[in-house]
Design a protein around this ligand. Structure first.
Ligand code: COA
Ligand code: AMP
Length: 644
């Protein structure tokens, strides 16, 4: 790295976190946003550890994402490209068209008594209506909560009961390879299980999907409405002025317990942080095409399919398809070529999927991807092997960057818009301006030597755009993130800095696992397994998977007297998880044991089990209750095969 590049980055980072300069730094960044009431104050600590950004500012996020670009004369520029590799549909919506649709759908919500602060659940596949629904909520100050389509009805019900929405926006069908996803039966089941806050379900009919024509009738107190009909009747709604700290959305994510945490995001800090990130991390200018190949149901989709590209006047791509099999391993390169994509953002697992099918990048040779100036990867650590393969094959910079649902944008990255910093394989490069990262030992003291793994913590305050708290529970915010290391936000990840200040994020310190970039709680999977009448005890662990990074593996013992044969039990447990959590859990490994390895005090030896399954060296813990249980485990997992 040139000395100037390093100095430039370090100066800026210093300004963004130092007590005397950070306010000026972020107020300057706030100028990229149009405020109805410009902020004069950058930040304020409301309660211990809970900061609010731009507390006296007012704005509307949908206005910033749409109206202001149209007013600036860019109404004809493409805002959204919808490319469905599943159905062959391709649609472009200009900023003017998208604004028109959002105004009308905001009017539909208003007509259904949705007002500021009301919650709306968005349960939609990867279609432009997902963007329309989110921005329509933002326009009238309603709080959206998008639920990923791969979750089962009970997960949807849990979110309904926590967020208490009055309206659900959904579609009659989605497309997954080889099958149609019928959303309406899932919504009906979720409504039957939930406590009854929902008054209206608005359905986007996708009758073109076989078996998914919208077929519903009003039930109980719930009215079922047709999106297209309502949109035709709608009175367009103008954007309302909101306080910077008013919630924009709630997004549920897995924690260590079975009940997901509703991460709450504000309007002002979020808009400022995302606009800043587009220019400085991704090096994107208005008019560039930015493609986050994720799903609107995840934080990556919220920030980088919907909000950030539109806040910065770029063009976003919403892609309904997979990296492979729709129809081939050239699908991503085809999209990059067709739309002259500047930056592609996806998860390492997608790149591994392409590599597995097309190791020599034969498909790539059929496409011109010269428009691509960056491949950004997140969701799990970018393993050096995948890094080298992509870097050598694509001839464009490959950037690993680390973040979480809670932060909403990158904590560590190679900020390509700021400086030309060399990448080191296996590292997420440097802390992003705004994040003061410290590696703490188990007692909360900074580790003394570089290269030593510890808990990755962020000194408070967190920068703008990060979580306001956990929906409905101030205590949970404190206990989940702030109490472990007073004065710091505990990320739940472990890792280290090297001598050059590069950060290496190595894994979680808790029971959260990452399956194909999807965050799951092993605790919630265990809760499901114990629902089976034959199961006495169980442990679910994240074990290594060459494609998905990790996969969930379940280890169960039977109740005394249970006579069910093992194959039947395994099949029933797999079906139970699919039914309760959803296909996204991709749960297929079950091992039935006589006993689980435990300490004398009864704690399950999860780490040892994982090491044995992954074939890693391990030491027999001195506190083990019975070492012979490990031999039985080795025998059982030897030849453990995923169930079909
Ligand atoms: N709605 C309904 N079901 C869904 C779904 C959705 N939106 N998304 C996934 N599923 C289902 C899949 O159909 C699959 O079901 P199946 O068991 O019937 O086959 C199951 O959930 C597991 O899906 P997935 O984890 O995606 O595995 P896969 O084998 O279908 O595909 C990859 C593997 C690597 C190709 C895929 O995970 C991928 O493209 N990942 C990209 C990573 C990503 O988007 N990460 C988000 C954070 S950046
Ligand atoms: P999610 O909230 O679903 O985005 O998942 C966040 C978690 O994914 C983090 O806490 C990490 O454990 C993991 N993660 C995301 N990006 C990376 C990365 N670039 N390197 C290592 N781990 C990552």
């Amino acid at each position: 790295m040139s000395r100037e590049a390093a100095a430039g980055y370090h100066d800026l980072w210093q300004q963004s976190v130092a007590v005397h300069t950070r306010s000026a730094f972020w107020l300057q960044a706030a100028q990229a946003i149009d405020w109805t009431l410009p902020p004069t104050v950058a930040m304020e600590e409301r309660s211990p550890g809970a900061w609010r950004w731009f507390p006296d500012g007012e704005l509307n996020t949908s206005y910033n994402a749409l109206d202001r670009h149209v007013l600036a004369g860019r109404g004809d520029q493409t805002a959204v490209i919808y490319d469905s590799a599943m159905s062959g549909t391709r649609v472009r919506l200009s900023y003017r068209e998208l604004l028109g649709r959002v105004e009308r759908f905001a009017g539909v919500l208003r007509a259904n008594d949705v007002g500021q602060g009301d919650r709306v659940i968005v349960y939609l596949p990867m279609i432009p209506e997902a963007i329309v629904a989110m921005l329509a909520c933002a326009r009238i100050g309603a709080i959206h909560s998008v639920v990923f389509g791969g979750f089962a009805a009970s997960e949807l019900a849990v979110r309904i009961d926590d967020a208490r929405p009055t309206v659900i926006v959904t579609a009659s069908g989605g497309l997954e390879p080889g099958r149609a996803v019928e959303y309406l039966p899932l919504v009906e089941r979720a409504l039957a299980r939930s406590k009854g806050s929902v008054r209206t379900v608005i359905v986007r009919d996708r009758e073109m999907i076989p078996g998914c024509a919208a077929d519903y009738a009003d039930t109980g107190d719930v009215a079922w409405l047709d999106w297209a009909h309502e949109e035709n009747e709608a009175v367009p709604a103008a954007p309302v002025s909101l306080r910077s700290e008013d919630p924009l959305y709630i997004l549920y994510t897995s924690g260590t317990t079975g009940s997901p945490k509703g991460i709450v995001r504000d309007n002002g800090g979020h808009a400022v942080a995302l606009a800043w990130s587009m220019a400085n991390i991704y090096n994107i200018k208005p008019g560039d095409v930015f493609w986050a190949a994720s799903d609107v149901g995840w934080v990556v989709g919220h920030s980088y399919i919907v909000y950030a590209p539109l806040l910065s006047g770029a063009t976003t791509v919403i892609y309904e398809g997979k990296p492979v099999g729709t129809p081939d391993a050239g699908a991503f390169w085809r999209v990059v070529e067709d739309y002259r994509v500047s930056v592609l953002f996806t998860a390492p697992t997608a790149i591994r999927a392409i590599r597995r099918v097309d190791p020599d990048l034969v498909e790539l040779a059929r496409h011109d991807i010269s428009s691509l100036h960056g491949l950004f990867l997140a969701g799990e650590r970018l393993d050096p092997e995948t890094y080298h393969w992509a870097n050598d094959g694509l001839h464009c910079p490959v950037v690993d960057h680390w973040w979480q649902t809670e932060t909403g944008w990158a904590i560590a990255a190679n900020p390509r818009g700021l400086a030309d910093i060399p990448t080191k394989p296996g590292s997420a490069t440097f802390p992003v301006p705004g994040y003061d990262i410290v590696i703490l030992d188990s007692k909360g003291k900074p580790v003394k030597r570089t290269g030593t793994d510890g808990n990755i913590a962020i000194r408070l305050p967190l920068p703008p755009g990060t979580l306001l708290g956990v929906w409905g529970s101030e205590d949970r915010y404190q206990s989940a993130y702030l109490s472990a290391f007073p004065g710091f936000y505990a990320t739940g990840d472990s890792g280290h800095f090297d001598d050059d200040g590069y950060l290496y994020v190595m894994g979680r310190t808790d029971d959260v696992i990452n399956v194909a970039g999807h965050r799951l709680s092993t605790g919630s999977l265990e809760e499901v397994l114990t629902l089976h009448p034959a199961v006495a005890e169980c442990a679910v662990l994240g074990v290594h998977d060459p494609l998905k990074g990790q996969r969930a593996a379940g280890f169960v013992t039977l109740k005394a007297g249970a006579t069910i044969d093992h194959d039947t039990l395994a099949a029933e447990l797999i079906a139970l998880v699919r039914d309760h959590v959803g296909p996204v859990a991709a749960f297929r490994d079950v091992t039935i044991l006589d006993r689980l390895p435990k300490t004398r005090s009864g704690k399950i030896l999860r780490k040892t089990i994982r090491q044995i399954v992954d074939g890693e060296p391990y030491t027999v813990p001195p506190t083990i209750e019975d070492p012979t249980v490990l031999d039985a485990l080795k025998q059982a997992v030897h030849g453990v095969r995923p169930h079909p």
